[in-house]
Structures are given as structure tokens and as C-alpha cells.
Design a protein around this ligand. Structure first.
Ligand code: ZN
Ligand code: ZN
Length: 274
């Protein structure tokens, strides 16, 4: 068997390819044809020239050498074309194999696969195992919001609720868990807000007595000059001055206040996004 050198000139490459393909198309089905097919594949694998690839694609298409066409598509990164090709022939195993092979680089191929599996024009129901593989990948990689997935599933006249029951249950339970965490947090914030409002009201309407006897920084007896905050934290002036980051904030309450301000800021940003 002739060996193919690593780099051929473009002209030699196309001539050789045309010759091999011609021989392939004339050969009777069997061992001889398989061997010729292998020769063509070897030649195709050896080239990374784009011009050669376009020319080779034309030749493979014309002489119906489909293995070669698929290899060239893969080399050219034409994965959507590959998926459609397999879907048209009902070869879902190969279709999902492309998705799995390219999952790292092109995760969105799983969305295309779902579209093809649930296509309204397909004549039969998708294999439940194939559908699950697709849905699991879409879910794990967060590729589509569940509502869009349900939309896609609804396209297919063949898919029943039972086939996608596990997926739906999983999505619903994840969402209700998030929802209850959020609800608990909202309740906590609203209780804290009420408490704060009461305190503010009290501070506005009644006199405040500063009864602290110890400095909240050094914990020694308070003596003049001292600094008092409405949150009822008191400090020696020298403790306050050496410890505090800001003149107007109570150093004990500052970390908590900062946290609160950040939460409020985040909420405002979320509100703007909506
Ligand atoms: Zn002190
Ligand atoms: Zn304070």
C-alpha cells in the first residue's frame, strides 16, 4: 500500500484525492472498497489546508463519500451541520457523540441537539435515554432556562410528560428550595427594618439618656471627654479617635451598617436590571 507523505502540494493533493475517490466509486462493495475508503480518509486527515478542504468537500459530496464529508465538516468546525446530518438520518447516537466530544468547547451544541430531538417534524419519539442525556447536560451547564426547555419539549408531538418527569421534578424542587431561602431572608430583613423604624421613631420623639459607664473599646470606666452615639455605644474620646475609621460612625456598629448598605446597593442594582 502506498504511503502518503505528510505535506503534499495542493495540486498533487487534489489530483490524488480525485483519483482515490474515483477508484472508490468504481470499486465493488467489499474489502477493496473499504481499503480505498481508508486511503481517502488518511489523505483527508493529512491536510489542514482550507483550500484543499473546500475542494475535497466538493469531491466527497459529488462521489457520495460521506465518511469523508463528515470528517471535513468536523475539521472545519461545522458542528451544527454535522448534528443536522445525523438527525436527518435518525443517527442520534452519533449526534450525541459529537456533542459529548465538543462539550467543553461548544457546550451550546446540547441546545441544538435538544432542538433536533424534539423537532416537530421528526416521525418518531426520541429515545428517552438520549433525551435525558441532553437535558442533564443542559441543566448541569445552565445552558437554557427551564421554561425554554419546556417550550422545546412541547414542540415534539411524541414526548409525553412521563418521559421528562424526572427532569421537571428536579427543576421544580431546585426552584422551590431557592424560593424558600429567599422568602426567609425577606422576612428577616423586613423584621429588622421594622425594628429599626421603631428605634428611629423613638430617637426622634423622646430624649435619649446615655447611661453607659464603660468605654465600648477599652472596656474601662468612662471619663470625660467622651463620645456618645445614638446607638448607645460610648467611648473615651482618645479611644474613639485612635480606633475609629470615620468621625461620624460608631466603630462598633460600622461593620454591620456597611454590610446592610451593600445589601441595599445590590438590591437597587437588581431592581435596575429588571
Ligand atoms: Zn476607652
Ligand atoms: Zn454603635
Amino acid at each position: 500500500m502506498a504511503t502518503i507523505p505528510g505535506k503534499l502540494s495542493v495540486k498533487l493533493y487534489t489530483t490524488l484525492l480525485a483519483e482515490y475517490l474515483h477508484q472508490y466509486s468504481l470499486a465493488p462493495e467489499g474489502q477493496e472498497q473499504v481499503a480505498l475508503g481508508e486511503k481517502v480518509m488518511e489523505l483527508l486527515r493529512s491536510s489542514d489546508n482550507e483550500y484543499c478542504r473546500d475542494h475535497a468537500l466538493l469531491l466527497c459530496d459529488k462521489l457520495k463519500f460521506y465518511d469523508g464529508k463528515l470528517l471535513l465538516w468536523e475539521q472545519a468546525g461545522m458542528y451544527e451541520e454535522l448534528l443536522s446530518w445525523y438527525a436527518e438520518r435518525g443517527d442520534m447516537e452519533s449526534l450525541l457523540a459529537v456533542c459529548a466530544r465538543k462539550s467543553q468547547q461548544y457546550p451550546r451544541l446540547w441546545c441544538s441537539a435538544l432542538k433536533l430531538l424534539t423537532s416537530s417534524t421528526s416521525v418518531s419519539a426520541p429515545d428517552p435515554q438520549h433525551l435525558m442525556t441532553c437535558l442533564t447536560n443542559i441543566e448541569q451547564k445552565g445552558l437554557l432556562p427551564p421554561l425554554e426547555v419546556v417550550d422545546e419539549l412541547a414542540n415534539s408531538p411524541h414526548i409525553t410528560l412521563g418521559q421528562v418527569r424526572d427532569y421537571l421534578l428536579r427543576v421544580v424542587s431546585t426552584h422551590s428550595a431557592t424560593l424558600s431561602t429567599e422568602t426567609a431572608r425577606t422576612q428577616q430583613y423586613s423584621q429588622e427594618t421594622t425594628k429599626m423604624r421603631d428605634t428611629i421613631h423613638e430617637l426622634r420623639t423622646s430624649a435619649t439618656q446615655f447611661t453607659a459607664t464603660k468605654c465600648n473599646i477599652c472596656n474601662n470606666e468612662l471619663e470625660l471627654p467622651s463620645v456618645h452615639f445614638l446607638c448607645r455605644h460610648s467611648f473615651h474620646q482618645h479611644c474613639f479617635e485612635s480606633y475609629s475609621e470615620s468621625d461620624s460612625d460608631c466603630p462598633v456598629c460600622l461593620p454591620e451598617n456597611k454590610k446592610m448598605l451593600e445589601v441595599i446597593k445590590a438590591q437597587v442594582l437588581v431592581g435596575k436590571d429588571d
